[in-house]
Design a protein around this ligand. Structure first.
Ligand code: ADP
Ligand code: ZN
Length: 719
């Protein structure tokens, strides 16, 4: 028996299948999809068996595998094919495509530990000559035949052992899982007419992909739950994808209370052991509803009937390192294999998805209003060009007045500022000098608590010094504003109010995110201040005011999606206000009140925004009017980087005749981790040989360890 093995080695040069002989005694244990240990050059590596065959094209004597590592198949047939597809789509290494599917505990070197508990089985035939004390133990079993050692913890082990020796109890070690989900309470929500229609449309229509366009609070999640119930009844399984940041206890509880122990949850806050357990529960068919962030799309479910992607516009669905996959594309591929339905849900769909829905590639299903006649919050724009004169710190008079009013009613407030840290920039008031990261060429951000200047790309940090290194004046001062600074201002403006701050800095510890949310939900604070982290998915019925300190921060980014990102963000955060009977309002402070992203957000008018933005995209030839590829060519040697960038450009231009090239130019962050980077943007509508040509380019550089080439299909950001 010969096996084709893909070894777990992050080296693009050996990223292919190697043949090995299977020694006679291991043949019964070898299956496609298990891991094995194999000799490789002078060492021993782990790898996946991807093929079993009788012959090989290799001419020398094959080496033998040393060991089979798994009893159960780790990668099933579908996932093996999916990995190969993913490799073709992203041009990443094949091994990275499989590693991205698996929890860390199943990767080379780190072996997951299973957790065991002791159980006792009761053997009824033998209970003739029992002492009173023994009868006491047997009585515990009543209508059950098996109890765990925990259930019997009031009895000493020696008493239990006596019964085991008599053959009345049988002791056994069984595998257990770290997480369990129990149904608590039940919900008897009757769907509204619109929700019913949405469910009906999705169940009966022959499309395979649906776009559920529903304003925030329109009851999309209830629609998902109904669709899942239907799918489970048909004996099929479901994947529910949620952006990592909205995967809170709030949302998990809604699914848990409906479906109990049949759900599995996959997200980054789990320990490695928990992830390992959840993964095996899914693989064994013990869970048939998987709720998770991006990587949950690779859950080893069988017989998938439905894939839901909530907040389909979220940028968290794109993986930003190898393999740079788009979760939506993977979802569509898996759905094709399983003949499953895909439901994309959003209040602000991507322009790409909405265009597909209008063209009827996807079926458009709409939920245009909030549940139970709860109206959308009123949005007021404060023109900061005027309001700045009467403002205190960064708070306009209008915002302060409204906050006072809401606080006097004992209601709660959420404040958004999409920038963490104390202030974004430290600038010399004398000569204009700003300090940049020596590795990344971007401005450092000031963090007051630690008195550090930090690089938000690579984490480089240096202490803040008031003396300017350029003109030597003591004039280095903060410019602009971050969440930490606003928190300080709030303390002065509202000294009696408790404020919670939620941003990357306050949520870096495990469970911190959850703790802030729970505390705010319990009403322990009246104001929740945060970055875009607070914008998504949260549901606090007592929040009646959302204030946006500066609606412009994302509008100024040098990115063709900045308007879309701003509109989405404002829409999301506004949706946090007035979610129950109490009427909510929103105040947006902006210096750009006439920008369409701002006034369309005010009007809550997605369709208007879509029309205007589509015109711009058309004019500038951006997606969805074309597709983009971003290519980075990098080297430690600046000259080599430039030379190879130019050379790749010449070659690509020759073969990709229907493609527009921008660049090569130095990347926005020219120097990152001491590596010089050039970039090229490719724009095309139809270029059939694109993947083929780019694959050749990647292969060409695979053996060149001086140059690194990185290809990003449908990039989110162009830098
Ligand atoms: P979305 O996912 O679109 O933001 P949700 O499904 O979270 O909306 O619904 C918003 C709120 O309305 C939730 O508190 C939910 O429990 C409630 N809700 C949804 N559908 C109904 C219904 N048919 N009847 C009563 N309450 C509902
Ligand atoms: Zn840096």
């Amino acid at each position: 028996m010969i096996v084709g093995v893909l070894v777990e080695l992050m080296n693009k040069n050996v990223d292919r299948i190697f043949d090995y002989q299977v020694p006679e005694e291991l043949t019964s244990k070898v299956k496609v999809g298990v891991r094995v240990r194999v000799p490789f050059a002078k060492r021993t590596l782990e790898g996946f068996v991807l093929e079993i065959k009788e012959t090989t094209d290799f001419h020398e004597t094959l080496r033998e595998i040393n060991e089979v590592l798994d009893d159960e198949v780790i990668l099933n047939e579908e996932l093996i094919a999916l990995g190969k597809w993913l490799q073709k789509e992203t041009l990443a290494t094949l091994i990275s495509c499989y590693q991205v599917m698996l929890p860390k505990a199943l990767k080379a070197g780190s072996h997951g530990t299973k957790k065991y508990i002791t159980v006792y089985h009761y053997i009824p035939d033998n209970n003739l000559s029992l002492t009173t004390s023994q009868k006491e133990i047997v009585a515990c079993f009543k209508d059950k035949t098996t109890l765990s050692s925990d259930d019997l913890k009031q009895f000493s082990t020696s008493r239990l052992t006596t019964l085991v020796k008599k053959g009345i109890l049988k002791k056994e070690k069984v595998e257990t899982y770290r997480l369990t989900y129990q149904k608590e309470g039940s919900s008897n929500i009757t769907l509204t007419e619109l929700q019913n229609k949405a469910v009906h449309d999705i169940l009966t229509d022959s499309h395979s992909v649906f776009l559920l366009h529903g304003v925030t609070g329109s009851g999309k999640t209830e629609v998902y739950i109904r669709l899942i119930e239907d799918t489970i009844k048909k004996g099929k399984s479901c994947i529910v994808l949620v952006p990592e940041i909205s995967l809170t206890t709030q949302i998990i509880n809604r699914f848990k209370n409906r479906f109990g122990g049949t759900i599995a949850v996959l997200h980054s806050a789990l320990s490695e052991g928990e992830k390992y357990d959840e993964y095996r529960r899914i693989a064994k068919g013990l869970a048939n509803i998987v709720i998770g962030a991006r990587s949950a799309i690779f859950a080893p479910l069988k017989n998938i009937g439905l894939i839901i992607m909530d907040e389909e516009h979220s940028d968290s669905y794109k993986q930003e390192n190898m393999p740079r996959y788009d979760t939506k594309q993977v979802a569509l591929e898996r759905a094709k294999y399983h003949h499953a339905k895909v439901v994309l849900g959003s209040a602000t769909p991507t322009l790409e998805s909405y265009t597909r829905a209008i063209k009827n590639y996807y079926k458009l299903v709409e939920l245009p209003s909030r549940i139970k006649g709860v109206s959308l919050p009123e949005i007021n724009i404060v023109d900061m060009n005027q309001a700045i004169k009467k403002a205190t710190f960064h708070f306009s008079l209008e915002l302060i007045e409204k906050m006072k009013e809401v606080l006097s009613r004992k209601e709660q407030i959420m404040l958004l500022l999409n920038r963490r840290g104390y202030s974004s920039v430290i600038i010399c008031q004398n000569c204009g000098f700003t300090k940049k990261c020596p590795r990344c060429d971007i401005t450092l951000t000031y963090h007051k608590k630690s008195n550090l200047l930090r690089c938000h790309y690579c984490g480089y940090a240096t202490t803040m010094n008031a003396t300017c290194p350029s003109c030597h004046e003591k004039a280095m001062k903060p410019l602009g504003v971050g969440t930490e600074k606003i928190e300080e201002e709030l303390k002065q403006l509202f000294p009696n109010e408790k404020v919670l701050r939620m941003d990357v800095d306050t949520t870096s510890n495990k469970g911190a995110h959850e703790k802030i949310i729970n505390s705010f939900a319990k009403g322990e604070a009246s104001i929740l201040l945060g970055t875009q982290m607070i914008a998504k998915g949260l549901d606090f019925p007592n929040v009646t005011l959302v204030g946006v300190i500066n609606a412009d921060t994302s509008l100024m980014l040098p990115d063709f999606r900045s308007s879309e990102v701003t509109f989405d963000l404002l829409n999301q955060v506004a949706g946090r206000s007035g979610r129950s009977e109490k009427k909510g309002s929103v105040i947006l402070q902006t210096f750009n009140k006439d920008h369409y992203a701002i006034f369309c957000a005010k009007e809550n008018n997605y369709k208007k925004f879509y029309m205007i933005e589509m015109k711009n995209r058309h004019m500038m030839n951006y997606p969805p009017y074309c597709y983009l590829v971003l290519i980075h060519i990098a080297s430690k040697d600046e000259e080599v980087a430039l030379k190879e960038a130019k050379r790749s450009y010449q070659v690509l231009k020759k073969y990709l005749d229907k493609t527009i090239f921008l660049g090569p130019v130095p990347a926005n962050i020219f120097k990152k981790y001491n590596i010089y980077r050039y970039q090229m943007i490719l724009k095309y509508k139809k270029q059939d040989n694109l993947h083929e040509v780019l694959e050749k380019l990647v292969k060409y550089y695979a053996s060149n360890n001086k140059v690194k080439i990185d290809i990003d299909f449908n990039p989110l950001h162009l830098s």
